[in-house]
Design a protein around this ligand. Structure first.
Ligand code: FAD
Ligand code: NAP
Length: 325
């Protein structure tokens, strides 16, 4: 077991965590980033990113995250291949976190940037058919459904992007949504409408995923009409659940205030939690905007506030020493 100490411990390596690292490293905080199970965060499971400032041409999500990591390392960030399993926020600073590796991480400040994870419908057959027809990531698994009939469930940006992306592999993509209006941005809705390979099925909820008795793989979805209550079967070989993401805050339950949806509560307009020295940034504290650029922005804010916190503590320590002397 190794103990790693730092002035700024960052949990999470998405745009929020890496932006905090870039600012923290440049301020001499010698940050440590614990990357977790998804190094680079959510943008590593998408393809085209068209709204991150600074790039006129379409860039790729995984590429953007590689660049952010390279920049963070270039200015002195230590990246750790580990996942935090528990944290102790009550007896800090230093705040202590224990990794899956058994290593211990101690940070004079803690920046929580654990982001969000895909939500599941929670209906029968969904988990059982994981890897056998049901997925939550078209860019990861879409290739396996080349030439097959696939569906996407959801009505937000993710669902529409996933449906459009899947047309690279399949000419028969259906978007299934529980209402008849989409939350997705207008530009994406326009692209969906213009794409001849995507159809829409409105007012339908998935009741159950049905498997083929011989192959054990997905064969159809049992749907219920949200207006009439009528049930129907819809044949498909691939189903992509794209109904949003839930904040990754399990670790902090009982130690930090969470809102009704599980997001970390911060002081309005800041990344400050109720515990001095503990900051939260990105999707883990933002249920409204949830964009790469806002995650990066709040990551920057967290680093600046962490730096001030350390400077104030050091100033106080010097003052006390001078008074004592
Ligand atoms: P995340 O990117 O979710 O990163 C969280 C990090 O925390 C991960 O590295 C994870 O491994 C780590 N972590 C979690 N738990 C632990 C733990 N216990 N220990 C250690 N590490 C942990 N936004 C845009 O602006 N433009 C887009 O085009 C766009 N496209 C998207 C496409 C898709 C398919 C999705 C899902 C999202 C998209 N978004 C887009 C939204 C954007 O990806 C998020 O807003 C952004 O990634 C949030 O950044 P974050 O750093 O807060 O969290
Ligand atoms: P979202 O905006 O929360 O949309 C979730 C969709 O899933 C909604 O249409 C919702 O239906 C539906 N849904 C939720 N629970 C459901 C259930 N149990 N059964 C059936 N349908 C259900 O999530 P998102 O699309 O993942 O986007 C998350 C954030 O990331 C957003 O802020 C988005 O802007 C951002 N993002 C941005 C981009 C981009 O900029 N290009 C791309 C992807 C994501 P209702 O509409 O009926 O509520």
């Amino acid at each position: 077991m190794t103990v790693h100490t730092t002035r700024m411990l960052i949990i999470g390596s998405g745009p929020a965590g890496l932006s905090a690292a870039i600012y923290g490293a440049r301020a001499g905080m010698q940050p440590i980033v614990v990357q977790g199970l998804q190094p680079g965060g959510q943008l590593t499971i998408t393809t085209d990113v068209e709204n991150y400032p600074g790039f006129r041409d379409v860039i790729q999500g995984p590429w953007l995250m590689q660049e952010m990591q390279a920049q963070a390392e270039h200015v002195g960030t230590r990246m750790m291949w580990d996942t935090i399993l528990s944290v102790d926020l009550q007896s800090g600073p230093p705040f202590r976190a224990i990794g899956d590796s058994g290593d211990v991480y101690e940070g004079e400040t803690l920046v929580i940037a654990t982001g969000a994870q895909a939500k599941w419908l929670g209906v029968p057959g969904e988990q059982e058919l994981g890897g056998k027809g049901v997925s939550a990531c078209a860019t990861c698994d879409g290739f396996f459904y080349r030439g097959k009939k696939v569906v996407v469930i959801g009505g937000g940006n993710t669902a529409v992007e996933e449906a459009l992306y899947l047309t690279n592999h399949s000419q028969d993509v259906t978007l299934i949504h529980r209402r008849n209006t989409l939350r997705a941005e207008k530009i994406l809705q326009d692209r969906l409408e213009a794409n001849p390979h995507v159809s829409t099925l409105w007012h339908k909820k998935v009741e159950r995923f049905l498997h083929d008795e011989t192959t054990g793989a997905l064969r159809a979805l049992l749907l219920v009409d949200t207006i009439t209550g009528e049930e129907s079967e819809f044949a498909a070989e691939g189903a992509f659940v794209a109904i949003g993401h839930a904040p990754a805050t399990e670790l902090f339950k009982g130690q930090l205030e969470l809102d009704d949806s599980g997001y970390i509560v911060v002081q309005p307009g800041t990344p400050k939690t109720a515990i001095p020295g503990v900051f939260a940034c990105g999707d883990v504290m933002d249920h409204t905007y949830r964009q790469a650029v806002t995650a990066a922005g709040t990551g920057c804010m967290a680093a600046l506030d962490a730096e001030r916190f350390v400077a104030e503590r050091e100033f106080e320590a010097v003052k006390l020493a001078a008074q004592a002397g």
